[in-house]
Design a protein around this ligand. Structure first.
Ligand SMILES: Cc1ncc(COP(=O)(O)O)c(C=O)c1O
Length: 357
């Protein structure tokens, strides 16, 4: 339970709310519930594993004053670790892929963390290897290793799973969850599966479908699809794997902003898309489908700006192509078939020709 008056940021981690999502293709009797991890103090699901990993290291005596915390992160774990280290007085060094957004780097610097960049092409594996080497080179440093640290899934077993179970009053039929390190899906699914017959669906980027047996590849859904199945991903707990395209993830996230007033990150768009697909299946009519929206859309401001620019450019190219066709044929071409017909008809009328049919 989250205290009303906390004595530290750590006490505010977890206890996040859920919101019911409505889509026309999801039956009214089906509950599609999204857990809003942006309500954590550092605005992402990673506050949970970061806190558990830090507390475990403190309890084991490996993390104490003077020790440097090192990890590899595409952003959210780093932000959570940087905040915890700032409040507990530890030095924090984070290795980030060099495509990490500028706002993420700025946030880390504000907490006083030191940033080391690694080439994005090397994937999470390369970033991890660099962080591990760095931890070995810094005297008195400890490597957190969120990809293999058992306290990552343990955090979700101890908090995310129980919160979902209690908020749904023991009625959870499906869990749909993105897979990065696998900590979230592993810990949450394990807790739920010990209590009920829950169907667990993991999703990954369509252009890096490693769990589906495909090749790793570049994608634009930060937080998931690290390029390999990480040690913290227990595949035996996952009953089904779906893939989500970059476009589906981004479009669905923006749609949540304009239709539900919810501003979430790109992978949350992927989660909403994948869980909507599952919840609209007839076999789950009347069921409770739970998904996890990992972070806030505010962490991706430069991503949205770039997307808007790309969309404007594409629309501009389409307009230019339409104008080219009009100039060549004398006919206007609308986007939709009805509009196109009307527009062609108007032009022909104006030209003194009546359209047949
Ligand atoms: C931004 C972000 N952070 C974290 C996670 C959870 O990842 P992990 O598998 O590492 O627990 C996800 C998964 O969807 C994510 O998108």
């Amino acid at each position: 339970m989250r205290p009303r008056i906390a004595s530290s940021v750590a006490e505010l981690v977890g206890g996040t709310p859920m919101i019911r999502l409505s889509y026309p293709d999801v039956p009214r009797s089906t509950r599609l519930l999204a857990k809003l991890e942006m309500f954590n103090p550092l605005s992402s699901v990673k506050d949970r594993p970061a806190l558990h990993m830090v507390r475990a290291a403190e309890a084991a005596g490996t993390l104490k004053p003077g020790v440097t915390v090192v990890d590899a992160t595409s952003g959210n774990t780093g932000i959570a670790l940087a905040s915890l280290c700032a409040s507990r007085g530890y030095r924090c060094v984070l290795v980030l892929p060099d495509n990490a957004t500028e706002e993420r780097r700025q946030i880390l610097r504000i907490f006083g963390a030191e940033i080391v960049l690694s080439p994005a092409e090397e994937g999470l594996v390369g970033t991890m290897a660099r962080a591990e080497a760095l931890a070995a080179a810094i005297p008195g440093a400890i490597f957190m290793g969120q990809d293999r640290n058992p306290h990552n899934p343990a955090a979700h077993y101890a908090t995310t799973g129980p919160e979902i179970w209690s908020d749904c009053e023991g009625e959870v039929d499906v869990l749909v969850c993105g897979v990065g390190t696998g900590g979230t899906i592993t810990g949450t699914a394990r807790y739920l599966k010990e209590r009920t017959n829950v169907h667990v669906v993991g999703f990954e980027p369509a252009s890096s479908p490693v769990m589906s047996g495909g090749e790793r590849g570049p994608h634009r859904i930060p937080g998931i699809g690290g390029g390999i199945v990480q040690a913290n991903t227990d595949l035996t707990l996952i009953d089904e794997i779906l893939t989500v395209t970059d476009d589906q993830a981004a479009t669905t996230a923006l749609e949540l902003a304009t239709t539900a007033g919810l501003f979430v990150g790109v992978s949350s768009g992927a989660a909403a898309h994948a869980s909507r697909l599952v919840a609209s299946r007839p076999e789950w009519e009347g069921a409770t489908v739970v998904t996890i929206l990992p972070d806030t859309g505010e962490r991706y401001l430069s991503f949205w700006a770039e997307l808007a620019r790309a969309q404007e450019e594409a629309a501009g190219r389409e307009r230019a192509a339409d104008e080219g066709r009009v100039a060549r044929t004398g006919l206007a071409v609308g986007r939709d078939p009805v509009g196109a017909r009307e527009s062609v008809g108007r032009q022909e009328k104006a030209a003194g020709r009546e359209r047949v049919a």
